[in-house]
Structure formats: structure tokens, C-alpha cells
Design a binder for this molecule. Structure first.
Ligand code: HEC
Length: 147
């Protein structure tokens, strides 16, 4: 009798642990934008404030960073048509699509650029660009989006 209770108790514990892992996994996947190789974003990324003002100097600096680090994939106008673009991911690489604005506030774009992703690949810029340069390019790419 006691033995049966123990077995049942153990089974219940396994069940609870399994459920916990499954739901943590799902929450994680959501912040990553889904799927393996997705984005690595801190949970509060959307609340992160852009410290820069979109003035002429910031936009010029951001455009320069874009030209050097982003254009080969995202294309000169951000349409996702650069020479190194992943042809299967062109829709997801199009930075001009208006309906994608809501899920790409400045803070989210900052971490997408900083951390990159594996598949389809976008190189991480941490270690390559300063936080200041990342905010500059974030400010610039946000102007490419159609209203
Ligand atoms: C090697 C090619 C490559 C380079 C270089 C690159 N990207 Fe990307 N980028 C991608 C790919 C591929 C995606 C689409 C990933 C997905 O969601 O499937 C993407 C997606 C994005 C997105 C998200 C778009 C959305 O609506 O979800 C942003 C923002 C972005 N890139 C900005 C940049 C910026 C800014 C730079 C330069 C600092 C840059 N990328 C450099 C390949 C690249």
C-alpha cells in the first residue's frame, strides 16, 4: 500500500516537473520570436528607451553604420534585397514593412542587432559596434519603415 502511494507520488512529481519545463520552454520561445536560432531578447526589451534623438547627426551616423554592417543583407533601402540576403527570409528581412512596426520598437531592434540570430543568420554586433552605434543604426532603420 505504502509502496503504491510512493509510486503515485513520484509519478505526480515527474508530471509537475515535466509541465514546468514545457511551459518555461514555451515562454522562452515567445521572447525569441519562435523557433530554434531565434532572437535572444531580454523580457523587458520593448520598454528599453532609445537614448538618442532622431536628429540629422544621429541619422547620418546611423546611415553610415547601416551602409557598413547591414546593407549587404538588408539592401540599400532595407527591402531585404542585399547581395548576401537569405532568399528564403526576404520577407522577414524587409525593414520597410509597416505591419512589422508594432513588434519592433526601438528596444527590441537594439537587442536584435546586438545579439543577432542563428537561423536564418544575422551576425551579432556586440563586440563590433558600441551601444551608441547600435542606437544610431536603430534610429536610422526605424525611418525606413513605410507608415
Ligand atoms: C548576414 C546578413 C545580415 C546582416 C549583415 C544583418 N542582418 Fe538583419 N536580418 C537578417 C535576417 C536573415 C533577418 C530575418 C530573420 C528572421 O526573422 O527570420 C534579419 C532581421 C532583422 C531585423 C528584424 C526584422 C523584423 O521585422 O523582425 C532587424 C531590425 C534587422 N535585421 C536589422 C539589422 C541591422 C540594423 C543590421 C546591421 C547592424 C543587420 N540587420 C545586419 C540578416 C542580416
Amino acid at each position: 500500500m505504502l509502496r503504491t502511494v510512493n509510486v503515485l507520488g513520484f509519478a505526480a512529481l515527474v508530471y509537475v516537473v515535466a509541465i514546468t519545463f514545457v511551459s518555461v520552454g514555451q515562454a522562452q520561445q515567445e521572447t525569441n520570436g519562435g523557433g530554434k536560432g531565434g532572437w535572444t531578447l531580454p523580457p523587458n526589451a520593448a520598454d528599453e528607451k532609445n537614448p538618442l534623438t532622431a536628429d540629422a547627426a544621429t541619422l547620418a551616423a546611423g546611415k553610415d553604420v547601416f551602409h557598413k554592417k547591414c546593407e549587404r543583407c538588408h539592401g540599400p533601402g532595407g527591402l531585404g534585397d542585399g547581395k548576401d540576403a537569405d532568399p528564403d527570409a526576404q520577407q522577414d528581412m524587409d525593414l520597410t514593412v509597416a505591419r512589422r512596426a508594432a513588434r519592433n520598437p526601438d528596444g527590441v531592434v537594439f537587442y536584435k542587432v546586438m545579439n543577432g540570430r542563428k537561423k536564418p543568420k544575422m551576425p551579432a554586433q556586440k563586440g563590433e559596434l558600441s551601444a551608441q552605434q547600435i542606437w544610431q543604426v536603430v534610429t536610422y532603420v526605424q525611418t525606413l519603415r513605410r507608415k
